[in-house]
Write a protein that binds this ligand. Structure first.
Ligand code: ATP
Ligand code: MG
Length: 598
């Protein structure tokens, strides 16, 4: 492809709000153009890379035995009502507007396709003889993301590969899941992404029911914990650490002592006044819970208080806490669970916000949820349940109960840097990451809700056992740039580069230079190498800048000086070192490296 006949609107302009390298570089390289918040056009160069990613994804899905289909973006609201996901999705589910009675208010733009695929499955997959099967599509999704950001990393319209497996039993699902997991590893390796698969929140199935594929980079919005040994990696939402050693009991701990701490409601201020480290403080967090309480056949509305305790240097993990609370309230259907309002806190503690403590709480709250590390503390500080006062020498088990029908000891905190991994005790580090893919064992969540059953070997109806597997294609492109760039531009892995090779003519007005360059381009194309030929009548420096920016990995530069010696220059974008060689040698190099990368 000749540059002068293609469309690569490179620009020096950087979007004002752009901080992620992929965002800046994709705009500057003329790959994408924003149309509206969260909606981007893929310009020809960007589209070439997107299509290459798509080809790799399709290739691996096909190789794994998944079968491609295509489902509509327009979906009736009614199937979302069947699964009860209208509420759960909230504003993410985009609904069309229109007058009442019109078709539009009953139509949504698909953010994902579990409902649609299950509708298909219940129509056709009605015998064990048709199973297992895995159906996938590569298709545009729409989500009402509140804050689209970082270029194409988070948009309201994006391309997803979503696959759905259907099995007759749990071992079947495990096998289908493993196939997808392995295919994902191959996809991300082929795309040149330094990825890790981490344990993710798995919902109702538990165990190893969900993994996210993460690319470590500061541009990511997710946080993952990885052990130094490499044996453990988990999303922060789910990551746990080894349980602390049991506490040493109250022996030798002085009686509680009140200390005047005026205005010091925050942990760091209190620690300054008390002269102790945050790790010796107990943070007392109050939550309001609103639920429907089932009592025999009766259901009554109920509101209560949950108090959670974590060490002063730890943060509550709201996902873990919510799970513990749900398990601790088996007869309640929780409608709302959130940080208590200041009024509610004052009512519970008789003190202003910032002075709550666990002592004496057990009689007033509905559940006292104690983090494992708090239960193991000795001689701690905490709020005094009295405005402007804290207490020293608080001893778990003595000054508040740790075993009590209303007390639960559990892991309810976020792991922190240096925590011991739960599998081998190796210290963990925390890193930001981009989620590029997600595999999930759904079980019967959707088949139950939508009555998608099959007749098993005994001729009895049973719900289909499902898995779902998503990959964000646009995120792969952006994550690849986040992992492969320098201050001058993108450094594409050959496999997903918009062009594999770039031939630059430094002296386009020189007939011999142009002839050699054009010939190299034609020969590369003939050898099946995607080649861009910069035939523009521009200064060498300008061309090199653009070349570095768009990041074509393999480059041959043809100029008068070297050609006088019968040579051209070959270089690789990622190291930038120029090697002089004959055109024939350069041709062979590029072909070898381009083909080698496939
Ligand atoms: P996130 O937590 O980042 O919002 P998600 O967990 O909601 O993503 P899934 O429903 O698991 O995403 O979708 C599968 C894949 O689709 C994700 O792993 C990601 O690669 C991609 N994806 C999801 N949301 C977006 C988006 N708004 N823009 C671009 N890609 C997305
Ligand atoms: Mg996800």
């Amino acid at each position: 492809m000749r540059w002068t006949r293609f469309f690569i609107p490179t620009t020096k302009e950087t979007p004002k709000d752009a901080t992620a390298a992929s965002h800046v570089l994709m705009v500057r390289a003329g790959m994408i153009r924003q149309l509206a918040a969260g909606a981007y056009s893929y310009l020809p160069l960007g589209y070439r890379t997107l299509r290459k990613v798509e080809a790799i994804v399709r290739d691996e899905m096909d190789a794994a035995g998944a079968i491609e289909l295509h489902m509509p973006v327009l979906q009736p609201l009614s199937i979302w009502e069947e699964t009860g996901r209208v509420e759960a999705m909230g504003d993410v589910l985009l609904r069309l507007g229109g007058p009442e009675g019109d078709w539009r208010p009953n139509t949504v733009l698909g953010p994902t396709h579990e409902e649609v695929i299950t509708e298909i499955a219940r129509a056709y997959l009605n015998s064990y003889k048709r199973l297992p099967v895995n159906l996938y599509q590569i298709q545009t999704k729409f989500r009402g993301e509140a804050r689209p950001k970082s270029g194409v990393l988070r948009t309201r319209e994006f391309l997803m590969k979503d696959a759905y497996s259907f099995d007759i039993d749990k071992p079947g699902l495990d096998a289908s899941y493993q196939k997808m997991y392995d295919a994902y590893c191959r996809i991300f390796s082929r795309c040149g992404l330094p990825y890790v698969a981490v344990e993710a929140e798995s919902g109702p199935i538990g165990g190893d029911a969900s993994h996210e594929f993460m690319v470590m980079t500061d541009a990511g919005e997710d946080m993952v914990a990885i052990s130094q040994s490499g044996a453990y990696a988990a999303n922060l939402e789910r990551a746990s650490s080894q349980a602390p050693a049991a506490g040493q009991g109250a022996v030798g701990v002085p009686e509680m002592e009140e200390v005047h701490t005026p205005g010091a409601g925050r942990v760091e201020d209190v620690c300054n006044v008390l002269g102790i480290e945050p790790s010796r403080m107990i943070k007392t967090l109050v939550y309001d819970v609103h639920a429907l309480r089932r009592d025999g056949k009766k259901e009554t509305e109920w509101t209560g208080w949950i108090v959670a305790l974590v060490r002063g240097d730890h943060e509550v993990n709201e996902f873990k806490l919510a799970k513990v609370v749900k398990a601790a309230l088996p007869n309640e259907l929780i409608l709302k669970f959130e940080m208590a309002t200041p009024q509610s806190i004052e009512k519970l503690t008789d003190a202003k916000v910032g002075f709550a403590g666990p002592q004496g709480m057990i009689d007033r709250v509905d559940k006292l949820v104690i983090d494992r590390d708090v239960a193991a503390m000795r001689d701690a500080g905490s709020g005094a349940n009295k405005t402007d006062y804290h207490v020293l020498h608080v001893q778990p088990g003595r000054d508040f109960p740790v075993s009590h029908e209303k007390a639960v000891v559990a892991d309810i905190r976020n792991v922190v840097e240096g925590d011991a991994s739960p599998v081998d005790g190796s210290p963990m580090r925390l890193a930001k990451a981009i989620e590029v893919g997600h595999v999930f064992k759904l079980g019967t969540k959707y088949s139950d809700a939508m009555q998608a059953t099959f007749l098993n070997r005994d001729g009895k109806p049973a719900p289909l056992i499902m898995g779902c597997y998503g990959i964000g294609l646009n995120r792969i492109v952006a994550a690849a740039i986040e992992s492969h760039h320098d201050e001058n531009g993108i450094m594409w892995p050959v496999s997903i580069a918009p062009f594999e090779a770039l031939v630059i003519s430094l002296d386009p007005k020189d007939a011999e230079v142009s002839a050699v360059a054009a010939k190299l381009h034609d020969e590369l194309e003939a050898a099946g190498v995607d080649t861009l030929y910069d035939d523009r009548d521009e200064r060498a420096g300008f061309k090199f800048k653009d070349a570095d920016l768009i990041g074509v990995p393999l480059r041959i530069t043809v100029g008068r000086k070297a050609l006088d010696e019968g040579k051209v220059e070959f270089s690789v974008r990622s190291d930038g070192v120029n090697h002089r060689m004959t055109p024939a040698e350069a041709l062979a190099q590029v072909i070898r490296q381009a083909h080698g990368a496939r």
